[in-house]
Every structure is written in structure tokens, then in C-alpha cells.
Design a protein around this ligand. Sequence first.
Ligand code: XUL
Length: 464
Amino acid sequence: MPLYVGIDCSTQGLTLQVLSVGVDDDAAHLAAPGDHIVFQHVVNFDRDLPLFGTRHGALPYDNPAVVHAPPQMWADALELGLAALAQSGLDLDDIAAISGSAQQHGTVYLDAAGEFSRPTSPIWLDTSTSVECAEITSALGGPNAVAQLTGSRAFERFSGPQIRKFWKQDPVAYARTARIHLISSFLASRLIGRDAPVDVCDASGMSLMHLGTSDWDQGALDATAPGLRDRLPPIVPSSTVVGTLAPTWRERFGLPAAKVVAWLGDNSSSLVGVGLEREGDVAISLGTSDTIFGVMSQPRVSPDGIGHVFASPGGGFMGITVFANGSLARETVRDMYGLDWQGFSEALRSTPPGNNGARMLPYFVPEITPPIPVAGVQRFNLDEHDVARNVRAVVEAQMTAMKRYSAWMGVKITRLVATGGASGNPDVLKVMSEVFGVPVERRDVRNSACLGAALRAAQGRVSG
Ligand code: XUL
């Protein structure tokens, strides 16, 4: 049976899954795709690549607004993943195609020889580019003009403002930079041994792409940095076969010349992994970031500049709103009160919906939605020592924010699917269901972005 490999390079680790799909199976409509996973390997950056000195996948900085990671770490993690695949005992010659996904927005800078011209990469948690966002916004005619053009107003973590900051701070290194990749296209390039294009979905998170034409927008490029067009890869549809696995992987690990399908951003890949197909299908991913996203038939842009419209992997559009205080906030509250997940669940069960009016603003790190530039936690009608109510307060705050700040999509939710690490907790899902007023379906997949990548690799056999 043919095998399809999915790889997801997220904030804290890299996951590789292998999917076995019969030649007659329709990979786009498998009833229980998770049941087709025959191998999984997880590389945790902090634990398995300690030389890089990351914490939760990022480098320590004195300025909390600056969040970078070493791109070499992602390349090394990819190598560890492929080495594990080679040792998996699977018949490697059955591997037909590989695809992947990565945390969105982060940028990788290479010189003409393919060496890093910037040793660290800003990642999505970086909030240090407010000045650059304002400059780009003013050059393009205001926040609404930027949103209409690119699908989002300028956000600090988006690639364009990050590239502009690099050009302003280190014009010499920028001049030396021949290629700027997203993390997704960087890792796809490593697989094929040459420059891979950027997929249209991940390109939507850069403040550089014209959402209507799916091509770089010259005005946005000019507002960002000089000579940028030459430094960016071309944009391709998500289903594009971008090459075959490079000879080096065959020589070193005995892997075959499998097709490599374009890599996506993790949220777009999750859309495929959880099987969202039509407007009204909405998913909540509870990961390092919490995200709520859904299929949109039209690119309706948020009037108050809250969320984003990205191109969707199946064509059309997806709406998404992103919250930085996801699992890190839940884990902080859990640890603060010396609980394990069992105790966290018991706390949720022992408190009523509405928490008797006890509320928390859980900004343990600067927040993306709503924009809160400086971290800070506030409690209302809530005693800091009341363990159970603090637990409910953080989860209710997260779910309420997701409901409120996704209304801009104008989508009536007919199907709500939960995914991501915390979706395994039924008590968290109960709060989600109470807040949204609809039943919540749990998509029982270990990593929906990774599964989405494997499914796209399998679907690529049709188009490729
Ligand atoms: C999406 C975003 C995050 C990252 C997490 O806009 O910033 O969800 O993709 O990996």
C-alpha cells in the first residue's frame, strides 16, 4: 500500500506521521483518517535539540517583545524526523509523496550560497514591529486599505513588518540576503535540495500578497523593503508538486524519490486535517496558540481589523482569528495552583457555567486578539487563591474571546470541531460548547496540521 508522509514544524516541536491509504481510497474523504496513521515520531526542540538553548521552542531575550528561533534547529529537527522514518521498519520504497506544514509568518534569511544571512528567525510570537506596521499601513493608505488588499491589517508577527524591521536594523545583512523563505517553504526546500515556492495560503500571512490575484503586490513590496520581489520565491497553489526528495536523503537514509507537495502554514493544513469543507464548518485548535478558523466562500474582511482572511487550500478562502494566550496560559494556571490535568478538569467540573460572575483577563504573554502589547493578568470578582474559579475563569475567558472575536467572519456555525492538544479534555470542550451554544465534535487526531499534510500528500497523487 502506498505511504504518505506528513510533517508539521510547530512552535515547540516537529511531528512526522505516515499515512497508509489504499490505491482505491479517496484520500479527501476518509471516514477516520487518524486510523490510517501507521507511524508517528515527535521531535521536541527543547528536549531533543538542547544545544540550541530554546525554551518552548524560542530563544530567550531580555525584551519580551522579541521572539526568535534558530532556523538551523528546524532543519536539524527535519533531519531527526527523516532519520526516524528511515528506522521505522516501514517499506521505504512505498513512500509515494511527502508534504508538510509549519508555524506561520516566521521568516528564514539565506545568502546566495544558501547560508543563513540572519542567524535567527522572528516567529509568530514576536510583537516588536509596531513601528513597521504603522509605516507600512500609512504607505498603503490606512488599515482598511491594507486589509482589503491582503486580507489582514498589518500585524506585528506577519512577515512583511518583520522583513522591514530587519532591513532597517541591518541593511548590510539584508543586502547580503538572496532569498527570504517562510518556515514552510524553507523546509520544503531542504527536502527537494533546491529553492521551493511559497504556497498561496501561507503567503497570505505576510502582508505582501494581493488576496485577489494571489501574487506579490508591488505596492506592498515597496512599502516593506527595497528589492524584495527578487528575494521572495514565487507563489503557487497548495496542491503543487514542488519537486522530488533530493538525492542526499536517498543516499543517507535510503528514502525513495518521493514527490514533495508544497508545504502550508499550520492552520491551513489543520483545515484539511479536520476536514472542513464548506462555509459553516468551523474549527477551534487548542495549541500553543488558540485559533478559530473556518471556510469562507467570500473574502469578507474584518471591519475592526481583528482576524485574517487567508487563501484556503482547497481554493476559496478561510477566516481565522489567533490568540497568543492558548496552552501557555492554561499551563501557567495549572502550574500556578500545583495541579495536573486531572485536577484542572475537576476544577472545571466543580464550578458552574458563568463562574458566579468571576472573570479573568488571561494575558500571560502579550496578546494578539484583542491587541494587548504588554502582558498582564487581571481578575474581577475573583480571589487569586480560589483555585477552581481561576481554572474556570481562564477557560471561559478563552472561549468567550474566541466567540466574540470570530463574529466578524459572518459565518453561521453549523459544525464546530475541536482539535489540538487540549481538545482531548472533555471538560474544556464542555465549556466550549456552553459558550458557543452548539455541540462540539472532537476530531480525534493527534496533530491535525500534520495529518492535513499527510492527506495533502495523498491527494497530490491525483494532481501530480
Ligand atoms: C497564525 C499564527 C499561529 C501560528 C502558530 O496566524 O500566528 O497560529 O501559526 O503556529
